[in-house]
Design a protein around this ligand. Structure first.
Ligand SMILES: [Zn+2]
Length: 291
């Protein structure tokens, strides 16, 4: 049975697309674990090898170490691992990377894509977000050739953007999520997956203090939990506009997760009202009845 045939029998597939080994563990792993618990197949992809994440080893050695660490983390999460496509500071919104990522999306056929915030502290993250969005957009276009070539797929896909690092955009503005996922019950596993990235512990211990990367993740999870005003630890998400991807009201996280593990905020309803007014105005323009 070929890969595409296997995927035909599954509609509940989530693909996390992050920039660096350990980014999924920082921003997305709690939600992946809850989807897994709900019966979803979960996939794990970092676009970069993480080859610059060491002051001690060469790029080649660091690449090899971090690949093994990412594989163990994916195993611990129960996720299917995909090899990275490029290196640190070389994640560009370019033709080659886009065609390779689009091929993976056609193979995996996800109905949820989790990726970085479109605004984030560095361009590896923001470029990953743009690549993920366009690669998902191209899933059904027969004239778009992926590398390697893969047939187009027609499933709906909903894209969720994670919180940026530091919970702020590059101009220091606080980002408010539309959705909060209660990751309290899976926080220990998320932390254990992050701890698989041992090389990061070693060099951040030296530069920033003992277990600083685990502490940073703990603090971020608590801060988002606090923003939710309900959960102890949480991950925050913003859903991408539906156009070109799925139904307007598609909310697969709500459908998949238990009611007390998810909050969709009034902020989201505010977005809805704005869209309705826009739609009304556009309709009005076409019929010439309102300005
Ligand atoms: Zn990163």
């Amino acid at each position: 049975m070929g890969k595409s045939e296997i995927s035909n029998f599954k509609s509940q597939i989530a693909l996390a697309i992050a920039a660096h080994p350990d980014d999924i563990e920082f921003y997305m792993a709690g939600t992946l674990l809850l989807l897994k618990r709900a019966g979803w197949e979960i996939h794990y992809l970092n676009l970069s090898s993480g080859n610059c994440g060491s002051v001690q080893f060469s790029a080649a050695k660091t690449r090899a170490i971090r690949r093994r660490e990412a594989q163990s983390a994916a195993r611990l999460l129960g996720a299917l691992y995909h090899p990275s496509l490029t290196d640190d500071l070389e994640i560009f919104y370019d033709d080659k990377t886009l065609r390779r990522l689009a091929a993976i999306i056609r193979e995996v056929r996800p109905t949820i894509v989790l990726t970085h915030s479109p605004q984030d502290y560095m361009d590896d993250h923001t470029n990953t977000s743009r690549l993920a969005v366009t690669a998902a957009f191209a899933r059904g276009m027969p004239n778009y050739r992926t590398r390697p070539p893969r047939p187009p797929t027609q499933q709906d896909v909903t894209i969720y953007h994670a919180m940026p690092h530091g919970l702020r955009d590059g101009l220091r503005q606080l980002i408010t999520p539309d959705a909060f996922v209660n990751t309290t019950s899976v926080h220990a596993t998320k932390r254990a997956a992050l701890a698989c990235h041992r090389s990061q512990k070693e060099w951040l211990d030296v530069s920033q203090g003992l277990d600083s990367y685990l502490k940073t993740m703990d603090e971020m999870s608590l801060a988002v939990g606090q923003m939710s005003r309900r959960f102890k630890q949480a991950e925050g998400w913003r859903r991408h506009l539906h156009l070109g991807f799925c139904a307007e009201d598609a909310e697969p996280l709500r459908d998949a997760l238990r009611k007390n593990d998810l909050i969709i905020r009034a902020h989201e309803r505010g977005l809805g009202r704005k869209l309705s007014r826009y739609a009304l105005t556009e309709r009005g323009r076409r019929t010439g009845s309102t300005g």
